[in-house]
Design a protein around this ligand. Structure first.
Ligand SMILES: *Cc1c(COP(=O)(O)O)cnc(C)c1O
Length: 420
C-alpha cells in the first residue's frame, strides 16, 4: 500500500477518486467502448447482426445518478455496487464509467472473477470483494489491491497467510452479520474474532459493513448492533474504519443516521427507483434511466378480424390492425408478463404489447390505418428513457421487481456505451 494512496473511503470521495486515478499508472489504460453513432440519438446495432437486440448504456446517466446518489447520501463517499454483471448492463461497461465518477470511492462485487475482470478492464480505483475466497484467491485479489471482506472463522489465519505471501498488510472491510443471516460474522461472535484478526497486524481495517434487511424496525436494531460493536472495538483501541450499510432502499427511505460513513447502493445508480408501490421515491431524487433495451422490427403484418398472435392465442384482432414483431423476448430479459399494459417505443410513438411474450419475440399492435406507421428495420425501445418504457413502469405492468428485470437482462446481449 503506497503512502500516496488515500484510503478507500476518504471523507472527500471526489478528492479520493482523483487521487486514486492520479496515483495508479493503470489509469492510463482505461479503455472506452466504441460508441457507433449516426446522429445524436441513433445507434447502429453494436455487434451481433442488424437484427440482434442490444443494450445501450448511457454513461452520462450513470454519472448523473452517481451524483444524485451522493446528494441523497449527504455527500458521503459512494461504494458503487456492480455485482451480477453490473446489474445486467455489463460489468466492464458500467465499471469503467463509475470508476471515474468523482463521487464514487470504489466499486463492490460479489465474485472473484468480477473483481479481476474489472482490473483487467482498466478499473484503477478501489474494488471491494464482498464474498468468500480461498487463500490463493484472496492473495491474488489482494495483490491487485482488491479489498477483502472477511467474515468466517478462518479469516484470521487466512489473512495472516495472505499478508505473509504479499509482505504487507491486507486491506479489508469486515463483513458483519447484524441480523440479515446471509453473509457476515454474526456480530455476537465478532469480538474475539476481531482480536484474532488484528493480533498480528496482518490486516488493515479500512471499513466495516453489514447488509440491512430493509424492515422499518429491524433496520434500526441492526444499526444499533453495528454501532455497539464499533464502540466496543474503539474502546479496545481497534477502530473499524468507515462503517457502511445503506443500499438504495436506505438512501431513499431511511433516516440520515443509517447512512453512517459511506453509502453502498446499486439499483439507483442504474436509474431505477426502489419500492414496489412507488412510495414517494420519485419525489426524493431525479434518477436518469442508464440503459435501454432495444431491437429492430423484423416483421410488419396486417391482421384480419379474427386473426390472433402468439402462444395461447390470447389476443384476437376484432378489426383489421397492423402488428410488428420484435426479435427480443423473455430469454433476453424482457419480462414474460409484460403483456398486461406494457408498451414499446418506436419512432417516438408507444404501442401496446400483445399476445404472449415468447423466448425471443415480442409483438406489438400498431393500430388500423392504410399504411403501417413503422417499417422493418425501425429501432424499438422496450425499456429505456421514456415514461412509458421506464424500468419502473415496465416492472409495474409485469408485476415484477425492478431487480428481477434489470438483473436478468441477457448477459450476452451486445452493448454500447453512449456518452463516454
Ligand atoms: C446488492 C447489494 C447492495 C446494493 O443493493 P441495492 O439495493 O441494489 O442498492 C449493497 N450491499 C450488498 C451487500 C449487496 O449485496
Amino acid at each position: 500500500m503506497s503512502q500516496d494512496r488515500r484510503t478507500f473511503l476518504s471523507a472527500s470521495a471526489a478528492a479520493a477518486a482523483a487521487a486514486f486515478m492520479g496515483a495508479n499508472p493503470s489509469a492510463a489504460s482505461v479503455g472506452s467502448v466504441a460508441a457507433v453513432r449516426r446522429g445524436p440519438a441513433t445507434v447502429e446495432t453494436p455487434g451481433g447482426s442488424t437484427y440482434t437486440p442490444w443494450l445501450e448504456v448511457d454513461a452520462g446517466a450513470l454519472r448523473a445518478n452517481a451524483a444524485e446518489v451522493a446528494r441523497l447520501g449527504g455527500g458521503r463517499p459512494v461504494v458503487a455496487v456492480v455485482k451480477n454483471n453490473g446489474y445486467g448492463l455489463g460489468l466492464e461497461r458500467v465499471g469503467r464509467v463509475l470508476d471515474r465518477a468523482p463521487e464514487v470511492a470504489g466499486l463492490a462485487v460479489v465474485t472473484v472473477d468480477a473483481a479481476h475482470a474489472l482490473r483487467d478492464a482498466g478499473v484503477a480505483g478501489p474494488i471491494l470483494h464482498m464474498g468468500l475466497a480461498t487463500a490463493a484467491e484472496s492473495t491474488e485479489l489482494a495483490r491487485r489491491d482488491v479489498r477483502l471482506a472477511p467474515f468466517d472463522d478462518r479469516a484470521p489465519v487466512l489473512l495472516r497467510e495472505v499478508a505473509r505471501e504479499l509482505g504487507r498488510p491486507v486491506l479489508v472491510h469486515l463483513y458483519l452479520d447484524t441480523g440479515m443471516g446471509r453473509l457476515g460474522m454474526p456480530v455476537h461472535r465478532a469480538r474475539a474474532w476481531l482480536e484474532a484478526i488484528t493480533a498480528g497486524g496482518h490486516a488493515r481495517i479500512e471499513g466495516t459493513f453489514c447488509a440491512l434487511v430493509e424492515d422499518d424496525d429491524f433496520d434500526r436494531e441492526q444499526l444499533a448492533r453495528l454501532r455497539g460493536f464499533a464502540d466496543h472495538a474503539r474502546s479496545r483501541g481497534l477502530p473499524l474504519g468507515r462503517l457502511h450499510a445503506a443500499s438504495t432502499h436506505a438512501l431513499f427511505f431511511r433516516a440520515e443516521e443509517t447512512l453512517l460513513d459511506a453509502v453502498r447502493p446499486g439499483l439507483a445508480l442504474y436509474g431505477a427507483y426502489p419500492g414496489g408501490p412507488d412510495a414517494g421515491a420519485r419525489e426524493r431524487a431525479a434518477l436518469r434511466p442508464a440503459f435501454a433495451l432495444r431491437a429492430r422490427v423484423v416483421r410488419v403484418e396486417r391482421l384480419r378480424p379474427g386473426d390472433g398472435v402468439s402462444y395461447g392465442h390470447n389476443y384476437i384482432a376484432r378489426s383489421p390492425t397492423w402488428i410488428a414483431t420484435l426479435p427480443v423476448g423473455h430469454a433476453d430479459g424482457y419480462p414474460r408478463r409484460a403483456v398486461d399494459g406494457a408498451e414499446v417505443l418506436i419512432g417516438g410513438q408507444t404501442y401496446p404489447v400483445i399476445g404472449a411474450v415468447s423466448a425471443s419475440h415480442t409483438i406489438v399492435e400498431l393500430g388500423e390505418g392504410r399504411e403501417p406507421p413503422v417499417a422493418v428495420g425501425d429501432a424499438a425501445t422496450l425499456v429505456g428513457d421514456h415514461p412509458s418504457v421506464h424500468l419502473n413502469t415496465v416492472a409495474e405492468h409485469a408485476d415484477a421487481s425492478v431487480y428481477d428485470i434489470l438483473m436478468h437482462l441477457g448477459a450476452r446481449l451486445p452493448g454500447v456505451v453512449i456518452g463516454d
